[in-house]
Design a protein around this ligand. Sequence first.
Ligand code: ADP
Ligand code: MG
Length: 700
Amino acid sequence: MRPPVLNPLFASLTALPGIGPKLEKVFVRLLVREGEKPRLVDLVFHLPTGYVDRRNQPKLSAVVPDTVVTVAVTIDRHRPPPPNRPRAPYNIEASDDTNTLTITYFNARKDYLEKLYPEGALRYLSGIATLYDGHLQMVHPDRVVDAAGFARLPLIDPVYPLTEGIYPNQLQRAIELALDRVPELPEWQDPAWVKRNHFPGFAEALRKVHRPASPDDLKPESAAWSRLAYDELLAGQLALALLRGHMRKRAGRGSAAEGRLRARIVAALPYALTQSQQRATADIIADLAQPNRMLRLLHGDVGSGKTVVALLAAATVIEAGRQAAFMAPTEILARQHFATIAPLAAAAGIRLAILTGRERGRERPEILSALAAGDIDLIVGTHALFQEDVAFHDLALAIVDEQQRFGVHQRLALSRKGEAVDLLVLTATPIPRTLVLTYFGDMDVSELREKPAGRQKIDTRALPLERLAEVIEAVSRALDDGRRVYWVCPLVEESETIDLAAAEDRYRSLKKRFGDTAELVHGRMRGTEKDAAMARFAEGSARILVATTVIEVGVDVPAASVMVIEHAERFGLAQLHQLRGRIGRGADRSICLLLYRAPLGETAKARLAILRETDDGFRIAEEDLRLRGEGDVLGTRQSGMPGFRLARLEVHGKLLSAAREDAALVLNRDPKLKSARGAALRQLLYLFARDEAIRLLGAG
Ligand code: ADP
Ligand code: MG
């Protein structure tokens, strides 16, 4: 399937001389995700993060010590260490017509140096020159070449992110070799756009950033780098647009309703809908009435009230005589949604059921047959909703809470459960505006910008772990005031057992102090135990809930107004914001205590400062991106955010909407990518591993 012209780029790294299976393993760590196999294309997409300027080429008499210089010298004489002191440095005397220079090596092999520096030969050396005893010296030059090599020597020498087990020279050599194998490919970008932006071609752009002629070529803003970034963004947008086209191909069915059920639900609510909620509901109703398939994202910060909007959407299709499914990412959330919705559904006369991994035995077949017969209008559940044997009578709308956990294939699985199922995705992840398109380029977006009235700012403080005793006193006072408290402990997969033990320890010590009012929930508990703990906390018979991050998404107990987060330094910014969003939902003034282990690193310090300063999810997301952006410059890989290899969203974010429009235009003219440009774009999709989308083109 892959166009053969691309084969050289998809060869494995071991195709390069000097790379064996052992070095390949190191490259896995550097270039790809665990379990993937690096290809040459991954090498050429590994872009430099800095450079060494070797352009200064003085005569020896003009060398400024402790600077990087490139000098031309004649090799005069080798002075190996004396036989009785084999560990002494190996010196080589060299000179030009103005001065002499000693080249020094430690632990060097004699035969290697003799070959590299034949006496009487001309050599170009690049490195840091120093003064030693008043004499000019260069220890371990970075580069040593003859005249022919000098002609190819990069004077702006790129510096790459590295990993343990690989030397800069090895990496550079590998990239050089891979670059030589990049084929000339037909242009896939719009010619006018290329011209306007002064973009070089793809292969040339790669050469420019890896073999820069000036430091400017290494800036992400450079035409070459921008081109590559645009390629990556365009591939992403094109893939999303293809998916969208595929999902929409089977035209939807309109579900019109005058709004009888919705009115009953609204009447049963103890509050009035916010403007945002009304607007989002109107968007959705309009979509549902259309014969096109809906693909809409409902995007709103934690606590903005997405659930009720989703319910109103469900009520619309139900009134039209069809069914809706509401899928949550966890058991706890599914139960919570069920509990929230049940009284409203009852008020509206909607027949509601729940289906999770826990409905087993007799119950399950009963639910399934009611669902198939159309005796259930709305079903709330987990992934269990999309198992093979679950069949609907007439599923019209699927609502998916917290999109991040669902991938493309789940969306497809879901769309197979009914005829042209409309899709509504709810997400609380405060995605920066610059990223919305990359995440959800294929969806229409409704935003809940305002929070329900009466919400108060959460008083957020950061304290070192040493002040734990004070924190426990504060919790004690809060409990005396009748408040409810979340106590969050970190849990990550790599150290799950240790983290779990720490959470259980904390629970035991709090229980000792506060008695039965303390409860524990964590991911390893049995579902029924989790429910029982959550239920006791929600109804108030337990008032302090020690939890690992299972409460992160969506849990809603408005009476909880205090949160303690232990080891706050181990959480990401967005995650802390999500957690904190569990409080500040009721009338009480809420307080969030971030307990950290000192000393804090710079990034952790900045994160906690931002949280103290603001609770605007969008601002927090932008700051998060900025902090991560800096991390990326240092070459550390961050997980959890969309992985771009070439595009830096701080710099190239502006190109995103152009890429989106471009993708839409292309598919409009050439839906099957059959034209010459279409064929070139297919190559682009392969290069950026979006070839899944190409298969959608084939599928009828
Ligand atoms: P999220 O958007 O995080 O999923 P929820 O739907 O769980 O938020 O709603 C958070 C809380 O706000 C719930 O307790 C809900 O009853 C309440 N709520 C929702 N809409 C409003 C509103 N318009 N006015 C007051 N409270 C509201
Ligand atoms: Mg929610």
